[in-house]
Design a protein around this ligand. Structure first.
Ligand code: ZN
Ligand code: MN
Length: 258
């Protein structure tokens, strides 16, 4: 057996044996999307894939290759589609990719699945893909499948947020390319963070209650971050990551009784 949690680093027989032994299969879902000047385009796939890697190592789970491209960016969540680099799929394409990939895993023998999302706009479409995969499985009379689905940032504890945001947490909605993602990137991928390019004087985005199309780039701070990443540190990233990993491991073990 190769010493890896990654499906794509296993032989097909190793993968098959681990699934047959009851391993949970984790699927990271991300996107390619602008994350300000200081972070790379791949944050939303790098972070959930890393969280899956760390969590999988604690429970003999397998990590599938992430679904790299994701749902369309929206200004109030990820800056929107007006930015160069943001590379998105149509909604129907996306949920069908999720469906097809999950259906393949089920055909391989996976019965315990956990989808870990790293891009907010994917949320409802992942749910649709999961639902369609389960429906297809039922047509094939496969009924012993459970699919968990989660956002890794929902495991960050209030106590951690209070430590990281002593002046009050502005809310997850404005955390795009801000302190949480930047701190996690500093912790796991310091070579990919250009901290000197965090704007010194940019404030948080402030949105009206309505959306407007085509997306208007001027709604978003010029850098593309929705709120300032100033104050991000690798130490904060370590705290945030620990919450996510511990929380996910705990819930996966509980759901699947492992
Ligand atoms: Zn992001
Ligand atoms: Mn995103």
């Amino acid at each position: 057996m190769r010493d890896t949690v990654f499906m794509s680093e296993m032989s097909w027989t190793e993968y098959e044996e681990r699934l047959a032994a009851g391993a949970v299969l984790m699927l990271p879902c991300g996107t390619i999307e602008q994350h300000g000047h200081h972070l790379p385009l791949g944050v939303d796939k790098l972070l959930p894939t890393k969280v899956c890697e760390m969590a999988a190592a604690k429970m003999n789970a397998i990590v599938a290759d992430p679904i790299v491209y994701g749902a369309k960016s929206q200004p109030r969540m990820g800056g929107g589609q007006a930015f160069v680099g943001t590379t998105s799929l149509d909604a129907g394409t996306y949920f069908n990719v999720v469906r097809d990939v999950l259906r393949e895993f089920i055909r391989h023998g996976a019965r315990k699945l956990c989808v870990v999302n790293g891009h907010y706009e994917n949320t409802m479409l992942v749910m649709e893909g999961v639902d369609l995969a389960l429906r297809e499985a039922r047509y094939d009379n496969i009924t012993d499948i459970t699919i968990m689905r989660l956002e890794y940032w929902d495991y960050i504890r209030d106590a951690t947020l209070n430590t990281i945001f002593p002046d009050g947490f502005p809310g997850m909605a404005l955390e795009h390319a801000a302190v949480i993602e930047t701190s996690l990137m500093m912790h796991y991928f310091p070579h990919l963070v250009d901290a000197e390019r965090i704007p010194a004087d940019e404030g948080p985005a402030s949105f009206p209650v309505y959306d407007i199309f085509p997306h208007n780039k001027t709604w978003v701070p010029a850098s593309g971050s929705l709120s300032p990443a100033r104050g991000a540190t690798a130490e904060k990233g370590e705290l945030l990551a620990a919450d996510s990993i511990e929380g996910i491991v705990c819930d996966v073990k509980e759901v699947f009784g492992i």
